[in-house]
Design a protein around this ligand. Sequence first.
Ligand code: NDP
Length: 399
Amino acid sequence: MGRALIIGAGGVAGVVVNKCCQNSDVFEEICIASRTKSKCDALKAKLDGGKTKIETAQVNADNVDELIDLINSYKPDIVMNIALPYQDLTIMEACLATKTHYLDTANYEPEDTAKFEYSWQWAYKKRFEEAGIMALLGCGFDPGVTGVFSAYAAKHYFDEIHEIDILDCNGGDHGYPFATNFNPEINIREVSAKGSYWENGQWVETEPMEIKRVYNFDEVGEKDMYLLHHEELESLGINIKGIKRIRFFMTFGQSYLTHLKCLENVGMTSIEPIMYEGKEIVPLQFLKAVLPDPASLGPRTVGKTNIGCIFKGIKDGEEKHYYVYNVCDHQECYKEVGSQAISYTTGVPAMIGAMLVMNGTWCKPGVYNVEEFDPDPFMEALNKWGLPWKENFNPVMVE
Ligand code: NDP
């Protein structure tokens, strides 16, 4: 059917590339382009021999002109941004200049401020409409599948949804005292920030890790989870009509939290540049350099993830509860694509989103979040492409 340009060659991109090759009727040709071309070539070497034709390229995605040249020479149907949130706007600019569809998995975050929100990307809506191209934002698992789950609940089970709790549980163990499951810099910025949730049309801010709950997750067991700010709260607060409260919880083990506190206390998680032996360094970037590469965790991570949404609302005048979630096994993912489940649960939805844009199922000019489309084809594709979901109509609710 077509060709995709995949930008980035890290943990998540590895899964995207594998999944596109499994779906070669849609992804007949792909180009993997990243800052370090050897990583693109290594991915290609692992996969060559399948039906999808793979090319590789070097690109600095902070540079709009370089991106435009690459897009013009490769002429993809869609650009999949699987690099970092810092590159969202430059890649969107290049897509506008070349009239090419765009997809990403994380919303824009300026490199020098630990703050992420959709306003920067939503501001492109009119220009994308006028150019006749589409941007699909936040198409990983959370954000991504959590938005699809919300649209599915709204379409099939509720007249009105009043509350959503998104629960992200990683019951995996990689054996290191401290490591992050995706890009350490982005991950640590996210979890060391203040928490917040959406209630009655406004944000309620909390101290980092201030709100803790314990939940017993299917196929994982009981885990401590903490309320975080998360990007889909912002779009779901607008797109799910009648919503009164949305919260996001993520599980963390005690070892992770103790290490994080210690690193924070000594200043290692700061993004303020400091001088070291005559050179300016950012402590958090230095920390990233000494931590295990998330892409290397695959072989050693055992256990499962369980990510989903619990809804409370009204159907036919009665209060109703509904929980939809996916359980993913780290070792199964590793056997299939050579990655742990966090990269897998992000990469599979990115492939599905690109497929739906390319085959026209989800394609309209403008800038959209996933919950703005018909969830049914996406839900079907999740079952088909490795992320089957389960439903519970009588879930334990989070206090
Ligand atoms: P990695 O750090 O493993 O990979 C990032 C890749 O982007 C690397 O190959 C890196 O190149 C490349 N890159 C960085 N800067 C540039 C640049 N300026 N130009 C070109 N390439 C660049 O990250 P992950 O794979 O773990 O995460 C990828 C994305 O997925 C992130 O945006 C993350 O926030 C998002 N994510 C989303 C989730 C969701 O559920 N929605 C969950 C988890 C992650 P190099 O190798 O040279 O450094």
